[in-house]
Design a protein around this ligand. Structure first.
Ligand code: AP5
Length: 218
């Protein structure tokens, strides 16, 4: 099961990637999570990435590609993975194809999550994230059991720097300009499936697993 989850910020890629990872015992590889971890640990990569992330811009391809190449070489990715938030540009997609080809594999499916614009804004503005374990909540749609605290590790939840209104707008613009071209890219390669990402987390998950099952991905 080698999957890419594609879609605008806030469509629910990360939420569904967590669920698919747990259900099918494949690792979720989220470039956003890897970059936030690097920023938190103040590694050279994190320090270089921080200003782009805070502004809602993309981190340079070379940085992200190197990070993904290393991560996919780890043993837990040998039998598959769910890529969440990568690739985000055509050069990233081309490099991913090369990495997989060199490893004698290829992508099985690219899932393009589709959610109306107003719903995306509601999801992003109410998101709360755990800075320690990266768990994701929503003040209305997925509230933590104890207000403001992570269900998994008890840490105080935060609002991501890039979930502020002005940065959300920048991220959506960057998505349209730099990432949306991947829809045609993967469609031409017959790898793309569109998925209606609206409705509850549970109903999207059922739709997604049915779609994957249709391709023999179980
Ligand atoms: P990243 O972390 O990847 O952010 P993103 O793509 O903008 O995606 P999000 O995490 O915002 O949204 P999501 O689709 O995962 O939604 P979620 O499941 O959380 O990237 C952050 C930054 O890192 C980028 O801006 C860039 O700077 C850099 N970066 C990362 N990858 C890069 C790359 N490849 N190249 C260059 N730079 C890169 O859901 C959102 C909210 O909605 C949550 O609160 C959730 O609880 C709620 N929710 C989810 N599903 C539902 C539902 N069905 N109903 C109601 N609420 C729901």
């Amino acid at each position: 099961m080698r999957l890419v989850f594609l879609g605008a910020p806030g469509v629910g890629k990360g939420t569904q990637a967590d669920r698919v990872a747990a259900r099918f015992h494949r690792p979720k590889v989220s470039t956003g999570d890897l970059l936030r971890e690097a920023v938190k640990n103040k590694t050279p990569l994190g320090l270089a990435a921080k200003s782009a992330m805070d502004a809602g811009e993309l981190v340079p391809d070379t940085v992200v590609i190197g990070m993904v190449r290393e991560r996919l070489a780890e043993p837990d990715c040998a039998n598959g993975f769910i890529l969440d938030g990568f690739p985000r540009t055509v050069p990233q997609a081309e490099e991913l194809a090369k990495i997989l080809k060199a490893a004698g594999t290829r992508l099985d499916r690219v899932i393009n999550f589709q959610v109306p614009h107003e719903e995306i804004l509601k999801r992003l503005s109410g998101r709360r994230s755990c800075p320690r374990c990266q768990a994701v909540f929503h003040v209305d749609f997925a509230p933590p059991r104890k207000p403001g605290l992570c269900d998994r590790c008890g840490e105080q939840l935060i609002q991501r720097n890039d979930d502020r209104k002005e940065t959300i707008e920048a991220r959506l613009r960057v998505y349209e300009e730099q990432t949306a071209p991947l829809i045609a890219y993967y469609d031409q390669r017959r790898l793309l499936s569109n998925l209606d990402g609206s409705g509850s987390v549970e109903s999207v998950h059922e739709r997604l697993t049915a779609l994957l099952a249709g391709f023999g991905l179980t």
